[in-house]
Design a binder for this molecule. Structure first.
Ligand SMILES: [Cu+2]
Length: 127
């Protein structure tokens, strides 16, 4: 009889512990986001496919916060930007960038994606 009671106390304690953990995890998930203070002035979606980008040139304004997004319509691609301190974008990635220097910058696929890989180049024109 005593043994059965002890076992059920252990089970109850375990359930309480599990519930407590679950609750604190939820709180974390809810309070995590939002540190966006920059106003995004423009959005540019760059679409990649085998083996080209949807445009030869993408234009943005200098000094403005622009959200760059890479979408892949076929194949697996990424974009690197020559001469800009922008990190590589992979499919589905977005990055908010502000470029203060006008100019024409080269962007290219940075993932070995097949026979047309070397052709996957376009320009980012900042004006
Ligand atoms: Cu490629």
């Amino acid at each position: 009889m005593h043994r059965i009671t002890w076992v059920s106390v252990m089970i109850v304690a375990h359930v309480i512990l599990l519930t407590a953990c679950g609750a604190s995890n939820n709180e974390k998930a809810e309070s995590a986001p939002s540190e966006q203070s920059t106003t995004i002035a423009d959005e540019v979606v760059i679409k990649a496919a085998n083996w080209k980008f949807d445009k030869a040139e993408y234009r943005i304004k200098k000094g403005e916060a622009v959200k760059l997004t890479l979408e892949s319509e076929s194949g697996v691609h990424s974009i690197a930007f020559k001469g800009l301190g922008i990190k590589e974008l992979r499919s589905g990635d977005s990055e908010v960038v502000t470029i203060n220097e006008a100019g024409t910058y080269e962007l290219f696929c940075n993932t070995m994606c097949g026979s047309g890989h070397a052709n996957m180049k376009a320009k980012l024109i900042v004006e």
